[in-house]
Design a protein around this ligand. Structure first.
Ligand code: GAL
Length: 340
């Protein structure tokens, strides 16, 4: 929370100077009158665990900001429930309600142009997050931003968890001692930029790290615990005693795989995830998950919030939020394994 607080304090002083200087920028005049900022947030699916963690942090940021500044934050968070049409309608509503800035977790990352058209017409900046608009769309306007945890970095860190485990305890991965670690892979949505990249780089990192691997099978479980659990149940039946490692593109699918193993009364197979969600971190702590890769969610949400508020009041984004190409913020990540 420290960084967020620091950003909030900095914003507060910038805000006060702006009030004093009466710079006359659009956002400032509007906010001076209202004494409030309205932020429209649309989530691709409100039941996604990682996105829910980010939502919780955004709500904390808004509360902290209100407490530290004489400014009311109207954080209007809507669930698009997996429908791009619904999300487009939510954007229309945000605009008609006079939102000062939009934070959009796109349903369909290739459909950003509709949202961008609406935002540009209404002159409302947009902070996209987690589901990356294509570069061509991001280049359409200088009031478009994007926040994410870099997929390749998550995957390399995930691979490193397994490499370290293999170096220290090869027998815990090569369960049948045949000199090869046989794995299955659970992937996120096929249309999501993170799925392909994470899959490719997790496997590559194992190879680069000298883990002798062999793929048994893989499948798409769309980030979902229940879908992963169903797939895993089939694989456990089809490949009895063969699976030694389960590589998952996210924590929820890892937890689904663990659910299936628990139902089948199977233990000893290593599982790795990505996200560091609240249940994911618990599973690491109680030894069910070998490890996960956690992005700093306070920082992730803090960046979205600070960028949104800065733009809402017509202020530059503070230098603490280090932007790539003036619009991309990449949240730091770290490995989480059990404290032994
Ligand atoms: C990924 C995350 C998944 C899911 C997805 C939604 O980055 O790892 O758990 O939240 O985003 O877009």
């Amino acid at each position: 929370m420290k960084n967020t607080k620091r950003c909030c304090i900095l914003l507060s002083s910038l805000w006060l100077s702006m009030m004093l200087l009466l710079t006359g920028c659009k956002g400032t005049e509007r906010e001076t009158e209202k004494g409030s900022i309205r932020i429209g947030v649309s989530l691709y699916r409100g039941d996604d665990t990682f996105i829910n963690n980010i939502r919780g942090e955004l709500e904390k940021c808004a509360k902290t900001y209100e407490q530290e500044n004489s400014m009311k934050i109207n954080l209007d968070i809507q669930d698009a429930k997996g429908s791009q049409n619904t999300q487009n309608d939510q954007v229309d509503r945000f605009i008609s309600l006079g939102c000062d800035v939009l934070c959009i977790n796109l349903v369909d990352r290739t459909a950003a142009s509709v949202v961008i058209d609406k935002a540009m017409e209404a002159q409302i900046p947009v902070v996209f997050f987690n589901r990356e608009p294509v570069e061509e769309d991001m280049n359409r306007w200088d009031q478009l931003y994007y926040v994410e945890a870099v997929a390749k970095e998550s995957a390399v860190l995930q691979g490193n968890i397994v490499v370290k485990q293999y170096q220290e305890h090869p027998e815990s991965l090569d369960l049948n001692g045949d000199g090869v670690v046989s794995y299955v892979l659970l992937e996120g949505e096929s249309s999501h930029q993170d799925s392909l990249i994470r899959t490719e780089w997790s496997v590559q990192t194992l190879k680069d790290g000298g883990v002798p691997i062999e793929k048994i099978t893989g499948g798409i479980a769309n980030w979902e615990r229940s879908q992963a659990s169903a797939l895993m149940e089939q694989w456990l039946e089809k490949y009895p005693g063969m699976i030694e490692l389960i590589i998952c593109n996210n924590d929820d699918m890892a937890l689904g795989a663990i659910d299936a193993m628990e139902r089948a009364g199977i233990s000893g197979i290593s599982v790795v995830g990505i996200d560091g969600t609240t249940p994911g971190l618990e599973a690491v702590e109680n030894g069910k998950l070998l490890g996960t890769v956690s992005c700093d969610k306070e920082r992730y949400a803090g960046a979205i919030f600070t960028m949104a508020v800065s733009r809402a009041v017509g202020e530059e984004i503070p230098p603490e939020i280090e932007l790539d190409e003036g619009k991309y913020y990449y949240c730091p990540q770290q490995i989480v394994i059990r404290n032994r």
